[in-house]
Ligand binder design. Sequence first.
Ligand SMILES: Nc1nc2c(ncn2[C@@H]2O[C@H](COP(=O)(O)OP(=O)(O)O)[C@@H](O)[C@H]2O)c(=O)[nH]1
Ligand SMILES: [Mg+2]
Length: 405
Amino acid sequence: MGKITYRILAPAVGSPIGQEGTARQTTSTAVQLNGSGWRYMSMTVWEWFEQRSYHHRDFAGLGEASGTRAERPTTTLIFPARNVAGTIGTILSIVEELRARTGLPDQVIVIDADSPDGTADVARAHGAEVYSENELMLGYGPAQGKGDAMWRALSVASGDIVMFADADTIDFEEHFVYGTLGPLLADPRLQFVKAAYRRPFKQGEEKILDGGGRVTELMAKPLLNLFYPELAGFVQPLAGEFAARREVLSSVPFFTGYGVEIGMLIDVLDQVGLESMAQVDLGTRQNRHQPLSSLTKMSSVVLRTVAAREDLGQRLDGVELGAGLDPSMPGLWELRPPDTYLHAVATDEGLRLDEQLNELVERPPLASLADGNALTATALFAPEGATTELLRGGALALSHACTSQ
Ligand SMILES: Nc1nc2c(ncn2[C@@H]2O[C@H](COP(=O)(O)OP(=O)(O)O)[C@@H](O)[C@H]2O)c(=O)[nH]1
Ligand SMILES: [Mg+2]
């Protein structure tokens, strides 16, 4: 398990969906072996990229006011929000303007992390349906990060199509909404659409055009190339802006923290196949940057999410690695429990080893719950008791930091 074999079987049969352009002559239908067995692909990554990449301009008609509203599936837009009082108001105003003019989206939800900066009040003042992430799916206890908030919000989403979007976007525009929903509204065969965009990196006045998205470039894309090459055509595989039919979102599990995006991409691929997935170019998106010290943790979560899907966790749990070793010697996880991320840093006060609890938790598909508040969360690599303290003869000071991400 986990080992990938990639074989070419037969000519491709993928059919273009409303996209112009010449399909590149290249490798054809392939089959892939991964943790869940052989998987058939009806199109290659090149064909997918050609045929399933849209531009928001393709759907500009959705942004135009129309007296007679066409019959179409209903839509919900969900914003996970933690301390975004500075951006959520503007974003919601833009969405409301679009909604008043076009009826899109039908429902706007803000799922707030009980943010101390007053995010919920700002969102309410702008007419959104606001929930505390800790008040939904109460049986699961306090929410554990972005993915958990998204999963809980899905339980109150009424749209046939549900879209998520980050709420820390500085340059949000209405085409983010109709552009992402557009392919799903236009073609009933599509099930899932991910946003694509350029990500500038901005520090003070300095702006580097494609300097953002560091976790995406340095962790997610290399991982997908290695383990899920079908998904290598996604320009922003970790984008928080994506939409899917509600049944699809309800049929996949959600990782609770920052593993949610990559985990969902993998699980949706498994559910609906590459030909039912698409991406849409939204132009440029500028968001709030996190410090490198946070991105290293985020990268670790992305890596462990893929490892979980590839069943690498079991191989890393020490059983295989420890096989044949002297049982009186400390096991691997006595040195480093799988839920901890050890981050060694140099500081003005000397070298420091930070230990972070990084629990990888998966929420079950909503559709699998008879009662929305059932209590069956699955903890992967569950930690055993408190984290271990490591002191190296006083040379390294140990500091503990627990985060849910
Ligand atoms: N409700 C909720 N929202 C969160 C949480 N963590 C992040 N978010 C929101 O999710 C979106 C993306 O998160 P962010 O930290 O910016 O991730 P990044 O853009 O991938 O670096 C933003 O709107 C955040 O405010 C959380 O724990 N709970
Ligand atoms: Mg962000």
